[in-house]
Design a protein around this ligand. Sequence first.
Ligand SMILES: [Zn+2]
Length: 154
Amino acid sequence: MIKFALVCHEGHEFESWFQNGAAFDRQADSGLILCPNCGSAKVAKAIMAPALASRSAAEPSPAQSTAPAEGAAPVALLQERDHELRAMINELRTRIFTDTDNVGAHFFEEASKIHQGLAPERPIHGLASFEEARALLDEGVGILPIPPAPADYN
Ligand SMILES: [Zn+2]
């Protein structure tokens, strides 16, 4: 069993247990996972935001870094005393959600358009599947997973 932090296209966050990653994909594709807040079936495992406005030249682009193991995601171990780090994560999340355009479930299309110069360049956030995120990273689009709120782990 594996617990995923999920978010619907309205931005409601919740958690659910699944037998494995494939079980999540099957249930999500079939519209079986519903947001407990609004009943939306547009639910994704991760929220992705491109770092279009903030990526510095010194940072290696995701496309150039070594590929992580299949299904791997960045993790951090935070203790109760790491309240400053928790506050920073909350601050980061707030900034992302307020300072970037919410494109909801259209993240993949919009990020692709921005990358191809077909849409105005700007920071956006929205929902992307693992496959969509991988495809964008392969194209050299600088996207970042948004960390779940630290309170989600409690
Ligand atoms: Zn919802």
